[in-house]
Each structure stands twice: as C-alpha cells, then as structure tokens.
Design a protein around this ligand. Structure first.
Ligand code: RUB
Length: 333
C-alpha cells in the first residue's frame, strides 16, 4: 500500500527522533491516522478500515518503548472499529476517526496542563529540583510551580547520548526558571542539594515500575540513598495494559553511532558499544506518580489501568496475549 508522504514523514520523524518524547510521539501517530482518513481513497467502510489498520501497524513499529504510541492508536482504532461493527457508513466512520484523533490530541494537551497544576502543589518555595531528559509533563510541573511565584531552581542533566537535557535547560531558562545544566555522572555529587526529582515516563507498568530515559533508575537509586523524593509525571495513557498480563515493556536499543562516531568504530573494531535508550525504575524508588487525574503511589498503577481500560481487559487477559497483543481488543476513553 502506498502511504501518503506526510504519513511517511511522521513515521520517519518518530524513528529518527525528530519527533520525540512519549507524549509527542503519541500525538504524532494519532495525527497520522487522521491524515490517513483525510487522504483516503476508500470506496466503502471495509477499505477504510484496511487502510487505517495498515497505517496503525506501520506506526506501531516506529519506536518500541513509549506505551503512549500504541495507546493513542488504540484510542482511535477502538472507536472506529466499534462504529464499523455497529454498521456505520463510510462518511460516519471518517467522522468517528477524525473526532477520536482530535479528542486524543486535545485530551493529551489538557493532561499536561492538569499534571502541571496537580504536580505544582507538591513543590514549595525554596525547592531545588532535579530533572532528567526532556519531558513535557515534568517541565509542566516545574514551570507551573515557578509561575505560581514559587522560588525554585532546577538542575537538568544533559542526558547522554543525545543531550535532550539541553532542550530542557533552554526551555526552563526561556521561561525564566533558574537552571543549571550538569553532566549525567554529576547527579550524586549534587544530590544533597536536591529536594525533589521530577521526571517523565515512557511507560508505567501495572506494578508501578516506570520506564523512562536511560539513567533515570540510577538517579532514583541515588535519590533513594539521599532520602530525596522522586516524582514521576505521567499522563494516564502512558500506563501499559500489557503489563497486567506480565508482559515486559520492550527497551529500545539504538545505534552505536549515537555514542561514538564512525571513526572510533573503525579504529576500535573490538570495542562493543551498547546504547539502551530507556531503563526501568522499580516502584520502591518512586514516591509519587502525578497523573492528570491526581497523584498516586506507584502501587496504585494497577487501579489506573483498570479505570482507563475497564474490566473488559480482564476478559481479554483470560483469552490470552495473542488476542490482547493487538490494539483492537481494548477501549480507553
Ligand atoms: C524521552 C523521555 C521522556 C519521556 C516523557 O525520550 O524519556 O522523559 O518520553 O516525555 P526520547 P513527555 O527523547 O528518547 O524520546 O513527558 O514529553 O511525554
């Protein structure tokens, strides 16, 4: 199937990280589904479903870790497929898909704002905050607290190998927040000055473990040792339903060329390079997860999953992961 240029660009942008960060990836994928409908040549509902299925599966293979991507796709596809099963005609199916995509994107933007408001309540004047990588949700907490007049300062790790921390530092500085950029390995050196760590998430598992940019779990360990609180800011669509049946979140490993250049590789053929993009922070090292619906201890993650995905998941779980592992089987609202 020949995909429209804009969709190929979105998929490529997610793969090469021009579009990055779990929330932005999800919104871009959902936008691609909307474009599919707008450019569709389908002559009947069956053809439209086939086109959407194809694009959905194509997008699912762009980056493996951020659960927001399959969850965003599920949000749209579940509604489209339900309408299809209920006999919707082509025009109604298109409207359903476009409305669902718009709703997901709008909800996602509102969630960031709400996480900012809810999270900012946990920040007090005088706090020094550490953040890692570049998370819209974590930044929303920090900037909201700052705009409320709280006297805070931030340490941002540079986040090797791709330096997303520089984007964070620039964003915070542009908003007027006092910010200091540090190398990743300086975290323990500064931890005694830190009151709270605030990071984002690519996925939250049913047991409350959080998958986020590589280095997060090391920061959590150091925070735990120093009795510094560790907060994770995550929209509810970052919670992974697959983990309810014991699936592990897949950790993406990227090219060695993000770590060293080609010359190094050529000159050192016996040096192996590994470049995992994310790691898993166990729930014991997390004090609070800030969602748009409120704060939960990590142990509350399973309740969020039940609320978001409904008890129907239970039935699908019993039927086994073959059924469940397709995005078709679940409905989130
Ligand atoms: C980004 C990253 C971010 C989360 C949350 O990794 O780990 O902390 O995705 O971001 P990458 P947000 O740069 O590899 O995509 O809160 O914006 O969804």
């Amino acid at each position: 199937m020949q995909l429209p240029k804009e969709i190929l660009e979105i998929a490529e942008g997610i793969k090469n990280m021009r579009i990055r960060g779990a929330g932005r990836i999800a919104k871009a994928a959902v936008q691609a589904l909307k474009i599919t409908v707008e450019r569709s040549q389908a002559k009947n509902p069956e053809e439209l479903i086939k086109e959407l299925d194809y694009v959905a599966k194509y997008l699912l293979h762009t980056r493996p870790t951020a659960v927001s991507l399959p969850n965003g796709i599920r949000f749209v596809m579940y509604r489209v497929k339900t309408a299809f099963k209920n006999g919707a005609n082509l025009e109604d199916l298109k409207i359903t898909a476009i409305d669902a995509a718009d709703k997901f994107i709008k909800n996602s933007e509102l969630a960031i704002k709400r996480i900012g408001e809810i999270g900012a309540r946990r920040i007090v004047s005088g706090d020094t905050i550490l953040t890692h990588c570049n998370s819209s949700a974590a930044i929303s907490v920090i900037i909201t607290a700052f705009k409320q007049g709280k006297d805070i300062q931030v340490y941002a790790t540079e986040t090797r190998p791709l330096f997303q921390g520089r984007i964070t530092a620039r964003t915070l500085a542009n908003a007027g927040v006092p910010v200091t950029l540090i190398v990743d390995s300086a975290v323990r050196f500064f931890m005694n000055e830190i009151d709270k760590v605030v990071v984002g998430a690519d996925a939250v598992a049913a047991n409350g473990a959080v998958v986020n940019k590589i280095g997060t779990s090391q920061i959590a360990l150091v925070a735990h040792e120093a009795r510094t609180r560790m907060f994770v800011a995550a929209e509810t669509y970052k919670f992974s339903p697959e983990t309810m049946i014991g699936e592990l979140v897949k950790i993406e490993e990227r090219s060695p060329l993000e770590v060293v250049d080609e010359e190094f590789l050529r000159q050192n053929p016996n040096v192996k390079i590994r470049n995992p993009s994310f790691d898993v922070t166990p729930p014991e090292y997390i004090d609070l997860i800030i969602t748009e619906k409120g704060v939960i201890p990590p142990q509350g993650a399973v309740l969020v999953l039940k609320e978001e995905f409904g008890w129907i998941i239970g039935e699908e779980l019993i039927r086994g992961k073959e059924v469940y592992s397709t995005y078709e089987s679940c409905g989130i609202d």
